[in-house]
Design a protein around this ligand. Structure first.
Ligand code: PMP
Length: 382
């Protein structure tokens, strides 16, 4: 065995020993929440396609039209020749949806966070990150090469303490949180956080990957309260409720202009393919014209939390915490036997002892199926 293969095999063996080796399973998307895996059809409670746009005939037709007009690939970085007209149209539409001066589209949510954070924070900066923030926020903070501190999850008191202690020692402070936490489905207190950050001249960035399209009439988690939260950096992805691929930052014109000239994952990476942008534009058309439809995923999630006597869902994501990994895996197997695909989420994605089933609800879930899966959990798992 070569030293390279021995290295990889050694790593895999260590992951096996910690039950952390994962494998990929080919999965065909059908329509709505339906999937096919290993010859069997399932109702999926694991997709982030909250509005089922990725198989919506209107969205698919828009993607096809975009390919016919603009081809399959952008052909270069946006700063060279990859800035096709659909990208700029999408940026205008996103800025208008989010109520900001401008917007910038990135290759994916992961690429956006590892591009945006180091562009705004350098060696003289402090990045304050919620302890449960998504992996790509932490990756971006690390790449910033300045100081990074974590505040207790959604804890405004802890954030305020850190701001008071550290604000004076850094040229800039960037505070980053998920708008909707991807593994717990809870929301960040963005209104209060925005006010606190403004008071300390810290810049608040919220990653609304799981909020756009489904919260605040489709405008996202900064828009759930009576007035828009003060979040000068609204980031999110096009890969979940929007049903496409790519990501965005909505912010002021100077911030967006800076991203377009300095964010490394934008400058050195190819522009998004026209199909992805065409699909996203059509998804925004539907979101803007059908607010009742956008509310469905959270309504479905609330039906489920009512059936299980859990705290009312705040987003389409609902965790059912089971504790040990074995319990989560056994529950996953049992539900799969009944035709429901639900992700068992285990360490290191979540803290040890909090393994869970993570349910993600979409507009297309039938009430009867939600009731059936809840009954199965009550009778056989909880
Ligand atoms: N941020 C959050 C909160 C996410 O849940 C995800 C997706 N898992 C991402 C960013 C990454 O987005 P993308 O899949 O578009 O890379």
């Amino acid at each position: 065995m070569s030293s390279l293969d021995a290295f990889a095999a050694g790593k895999l063996a260590a992951l096996d020993a910690r039950h952390q080796r994962r494998t990929l399973v080919p999965t065909a998307r059908l329509s709505g929440p339906w999937l096919e895996r290993e010859g069997k059809r399932f109702i999926s409670f694991s997709c982030n396609d909250y509005l089922n746009f990725s198989t919506d005939p209107r969205v698919k037709a828009a993607a096809i039209r975009a390919v016919e007009q603009h081809g399959t690939g952008a052909g270069g970085s946006r700063l060279i020749t990859g800035n096709h007209p659909l990208i700029e149209e999408l940026e205008r539409r996103l800025a208008s949806l989010k109520g900001t001066e401008a917007a910038c589209v990135f290759g994916s949510g992961y690429l956006a966070n590892v591009g945006i954070i180091p562009t705004l924070a350098g060696r003289d900066s402090l990045v304050l990150v919620d302890e449960l923030a998504h992996n790509c926020i932490n990756a971006g903070a690390q790449m910033a090469q300045g100081a990074v501190l974590r505040f207790a999850h959604n804890d405004l008191g802890d954030l305020e303490r850190l701001l008071r202690e550290h604000r004076g020692h850094h040229a800039h402070v960037l505070v980053v949180t998920d708008g909707v936490f991807s593994m717990d489905g809870d929301l960040a207190p963005l209104e209060a956080m925005g006010a606190l950050c403004a008071e300390h001249d810290a810049w608040l960035m919220a990653d609304d990957a799981h909020g756009i399209g489904v919260l605040g009439g489709g405008r996202g988690s900064a828009h759930v309260g009576a007035k828009m939260a003060r979040v000068p950096l609204q980031m999110g992805t096009l890969s979940k409720a929007i049903g496409s691929y790519g990501a965005y930052l909505c912010a002021s014109q100077p911030v967006i202009d800076l991203m377009k000239t300095r964010a490394r994952t934008l400058v050195y990476s190819t522009g998004l393919p026209p199909a992805a942008i065409g699909a996203a534009l059509e998804a925004l058309n539907i979101i803007e014209s059908e607010p009742d439809y956008c509310a469905l995923p959270v309504e479905k999630a609330r039906r489920f939390t009512r059936a299980l006597n859990l705290a009312p869902a705040e987003s389409p994501v609902v965790p059912v915490i089971l504790g040990p990994e074995t319990r989560a895996l056994e529950a996953q197997r049992l539900l799969a036997e009944a035709g429901f695909l639900v992700a068992a989420i285990r360490p290191p994605t979540v803290p040890a002892g909090t393994s869970r089933l993570r349910f993600a609800f979409s507009a297309g879930h039938e009430d009867a199926d939600i009731d059936r899966v809840a009954a199965l959990l009550r009778e056989r798992v909880l």
